[in-house]
Design a protein around this ligand. Structure first.
Ligand code: C5P
Length: 319
């Protein structure tokens, strides 16, 4: 209870994590797999509103447009959708839901509320069938990591999860965002299945996020955090919140900052328990959550009553 309360209050540090997660964090810092060389200053003390405005102003959702090497030479301009992601909906959306895949959403009965939004974002292989009462059944967009496209267990080509929705894929690239290096050595080779899928389904909007966008988000998390964060890309959840902030007037985030239902159950659709799913090991998830909590517009007041914090189970950011 006290950890959750502190997270809501925004005063959590990695020292409060269990020893296994602390060790994982340290190992990622020393390995620095993606060659992160942060040149900015850490620990900027922006207020929630300042941070929100800075993110709105600075963050530029960028996808691979086929105009840069090596994609230009490979003829990708004709592979990527003609209409860029930012221009798909000229007037954007009014209110949007970002539905995290956390186990804590089970028994929330949030389904109807989630479906009442103009657009709903989901992640990876998170299903709606069988879970409608808690997670709803509307899906406008799905953010998928490169493992979804490459691991046969996910049945990317056949599964209905990936049909009739906007798809946005990403893969960890070097911090330098050198597209040539990334193309030769992606974490998981999403490029081939992407082109195949585009050929077969030319009318489905399907984008690959530009590594510059991913690392821009990482820089912002590090700039606003005192501790050194894991030198790995932010989680799909954080990436999704930022994409929706660029497309929606209001963003409602479900089960990112854990609710009273907090549990080690990693995903609502899988019987697998690991605290790392909620607090982070590879991803700088704890720090992402602290930033989002700082910008959060609801539930703040109830935190002045220690016993009341449990009423908060969703975040709501209004610009
Ligand atoms: O695990 P996966 O990346 O598919 O989940 C989607 C997103 O939901 C994560 O990137 C993370 O931001 C969020 N999540 C969470 N707590 C969990 C599981 C997922 O905050 N227990």
């Amino acid at each position: 209870k006290s950890f959750l309360y502190k997270l809501w209050k925004g005063d959590v540090s990695s020292k409060m994590l269990n020893p296994r997660l602390q060790k994982a964090m340290k190992d990622y810092l020393s390995t620095n797999k993606h060659g992160v060389r942060f040149k900015g200053k850490r620990n900027s003390k922006l207020t929630g509103d300042q941070l929100f405005c800075e993110l709105k102003e600075r963050v530029n959702v960028k996808t691979i447009d086929g105009k840069e090497a090596p994609f230009s030479t490979l003829g990708w301009e004709k592979h990527v959708p003609q209409i860029p992601l930012g221009k798909l909906y000229t007037h954007g959306f009014g209110s949007c839901a970002v539905v995290m895949s956390a186990g804590a959403i089970l028994n929330s009965s949030l389904g109807d509320e989630i479906d009442s939004h103009d657009a709903v974002l989901r992640f990876n292989s998170a299903p709606t069938r069988g879970y409608e009462k808690d997670v709803g059944n509307k899906t406008t967009m799905r953010i998928i990591n490169s493992q979804i496209l490459t691991n046969p267990n996910h049945h990317f080509v056949e599964s209905s999860l990936y049909k009739d929705v906007i798809l946005v894929a990403w893969d960890p690239a070097p911090y330098s965002a050198n597209l040539n290096v990334w193309y030769k050595k992606p974490d998981y080779n999403l490029f081939t299945p992407y082109v195949q899928h585009r050929r077969k389904n030319p009318n489905q909007p399907f984008y690959i996020l530009h590594p510059k966008f991913i690392w821009q988000l990482w820089d912002i998390i590090q700039e606003n955090t005192k501790e050194k964060i894991q030198p790995n890309p932010p989680s799909s959840g954080f990436i999704g919140i930022l994409i929706m902030m660029s497309m929606c007037d209001e963003v409602h985030v479900y089960e990112y900052i854990p609710s009273v239902r907090q549990t080690d159950l990693c995903h609502y659709h899988e019987l697998y328990y690991d605290a790392a799913c909620t607090l982070g090991a590879y991803h700088p998830l704890l720090y992402e959550k602290l930033l989002v909590q700082r910008m959060n517009k609801v539930c703040q007041d109830s935190l002045t009553f220690e016993d009341n914090y449990c009423n908060c189970f969703q975040e709501n950011m209004v610009c």
